[in-house]
Ligand binder design. Sequence first.
Ligand code: ARG
Length: 269
Amino acid sequence: MKKFLAMALAAVMVLGVAGCGSSSDEKTEENTENTEQTGETTEGTDGIIKMGVSADFPPFESYADDAVTFVGFDIDLMQEICNRLGMELQIQDMNFDAIVTAVQTGKLDVGVSGITITDERKESVAFSDPYFVASQSILVPKDSPITSYEDLINGDYTAGVQLGTTGDTYSSENVKDAKVEQYSKGFEAVQALTQGKIDAVVIDSHTAKEFVKEAEGLKILDEPLTEEEYAIAIAKDNKELMEKINDALAKLEESGKLNEIMLKYIPAE
Ligand code: ARG
């Protein structure tokens, strides 16, 4: 549970600083210090990519043990893209359900947070080429009577989800009487599960695996529920950035770098 605590503490901090020399733009004590440590200078807004994350989603984005540094697949991916584009990466932590709007309204340049491409989101933002294939999973206590998706949706159970995620949509549409508890952060749903307040959590599979490692007494049901693709969300009118990012993504794929990042966070089983 130590990691949960670190994440919970980190969650109350609005901004953090990524590894690999990224820095955040608000002058809080912590990140000013970190900016100094990296010794980097900001070269005006044009050279900066502002990225929004909900840093509660290992192995894609979470806080390192210092509760300040961002780590994960999405962080490394965007850092590599920024390196290629010669741009500086600034990362802002926020609730997941705020990211798409922040991109749409131009508060952020990109949303990179294990964001699944959906038709609904496409009405508000544009998506890069996909960089990862994922699915939803069901997390339950080891001794749970729920053994399948059918059990969960047809029984008298409450599912916990992260607000505004595909797990939320999927559960709200399918669970009987829509008995769904929405939490701002994914780990809050998992905590509620370990405390017996809810019966299951519907969340992306790789994150479910990370939570199972950290929390005792939980297991993942075998059948994955959906197939989803993660992509980078960009404002619809920012065609220039979209082109640059897709180009960088293609090069990272060709060079094997994308695969390298993937294996760093999701070792082959
Ligand atoms: N893939 C899911 C979605 O797009 C969940 C993403 C949650 N990401 C996060 N960083 N908490 O809705």
